[in-house]
Write a new protein. Structure first.
Length: 124
C-alpha cells in the first residue's frame, strides 16, 4: 500500500437497550440463529442473563461494521470470540474482505450494565 493510501484509525460505537434485544429474541424465535454464530450463542447461554451478552455482541457487530465503513451489517460476518478480558473478533464474508482490502486489524471492547449494552471497535 502506498503511504498516501494508509488507512487512518477508525472507530465504531454502538449502544443498545438490553430489554429491546430480549424482547426481539422472544418475539422472533429464529432471530438468534440469524444474528449470532453457534459459539456466540453457546457463550451467552452459559450465562445467567443471555440477553445482555447477546446485546453486547450485537453492538460489537454494529461497531465493527461502522469502523470498517461497510454500507450494511451482515451479523454473522462479525463473530465475537469469548468474553471478559479475552474478547476478540473473527471476521468473515464482506467484513473480512473489507479489512483485507484496507490492510487492517479490528479490536473490540464490550460492556453492559443492567439496562444497556455497548461496544466499541477500532481498526488499526
Amino acid at each position: 500500500m502506498h503511504p498516501d493510501q494508509r488507512v487512518k484509525p477508525a472507530v465504531g460505537l454502538d449502544l443498545l437497550e438490553i430489554e429491546r434485544m430480549e424482547r426481539a429474541l422472544e418475539r422472533r424465535p429464529g432471530l438468534a440463529r440469524r444474528l449470532f454464530t453457534e459459539g456466540e450463542l453457546a457463550y451467552a447461554n452459559s450465562r445467567a442473563r443471555p440477553g445482555e451478552h447477546l446485546a453486547a455482541r450485537f453492538c460489537a457487530k454494529e461497531a465493527v461494521t461502522k469502523a470498517l465503513g461497510l454500507p450494511a451489517m451482515e451479523p454473522r460476518d462479525v463473530e465475537v470470540l469469548a468474553g471478559g478480558a479475552d474478547v476478540g473478533v473473527r471476521l468473515h464474508g464482506a467484513a473480512l474482505a473489507r479489512a483485507q482490502e484496507l490492510g487492517v486489524e479490528v479490536a473490540i471492547s464490550m460492556t453492559h450494565s443492567r439496562g444497556l449494552a455497548g461496544a466499541v471497535a477500532v481498526i488499526k
